[in-house]
Design a protein around this ligand. Structure first.
Ligand code: XMP
Ligand code: MG
Length: 185
């Protein structure tokens, strides 16, 4: 009998396996190695979802780079964004005149990425680019495109490899589609 506490039990289907994600990190890492050759970017992980992707991707980047984190959030734990974005934990490094690479787990409406980009440019960053594992292009409401994309993501709620539903399932090692029965009554 299936264990109802098992993480796999809420997954409708696997989207990207651990092996596929590892290959994608290699591909993106090599693109980023070329893009930032001779520079010293600040790599900024968007907490908390991007942590898993960041650690795998960063180790595929053969560049001297600083590491920092920022936590901005617009989610209230459900599957829909509230639209209001706040900085929960700020970066510790000064971005003035620096090349900054934001690492995100998923870009959906684009509002969170736009907020972070605007914030860092306002603080004087020389350049702000974004590497994202999943791009839910179909849901975009603002005109913003991440420069480095792992996969285009179908318009479904996904969990795992850092991504959560109501704070859970980040430690699922692959990316899967959450069973709609988990959030529909
Ligand atoms: P926006 O709409 O601002 O959203 O581009 C980006 C943030 O929304 C979260 N998000 C998701 N999280 N599964 C998740 O676990 C999803 O399918 C999903 N879609 C959006 C995520 O935190 C991202 O940083
Ligand atoms: Mg996020």
């Amino acid at each position: 009998m299936a264990n109802s506490d098992n993480l796999n039990s809420v997954v409708e289907r696997k989207l990207f396996t651990e092996a596929e994600i590892a290959d994608t990190c290699k591909r993106l890492g090599s693109e980023l190695t070329t893009a930032y050759a001779g520079k010293r970017p600040i790599v900024v992980g968007a907490l908390k979802g991007a942590v898993f992707f960041l650690t795998d991707l960063f180790r595929e980047m053969d560049v001297k780079a600083d590491l920092d984190f920022i936590d901005v959030s617009s989610y209230n734990g459900g599957t829909e964004s509230t639209g209001k974005i706040v900085v929960e934990h700020d970066m510790s490094k000064d971005v003035k005149d620096r090349d900054v690479l934001i690492v995100e787990d998923i870009v959906d409406t684009g509002l969170t990425l736009q907020f972070m980009k605007d914030l860092l440019l306002k603080r004087g960053a020389k350049s702000v680019k974004c590497a994202v594992l999943l791009d839910k292009k179909a849901r975009r409401t603002v005109d913003i495109e991440p420069e480095f994309v792992g996969y285009e993501c179908p318009n479904e709620f996904v969990i795992g490899y850092g991504m959560d539903f109501d704070g859970l399932y980040r430690n699922l090692p692959y990316v899967g589609v959450l069973k709609p029965s988990e959030y529909q009554n």
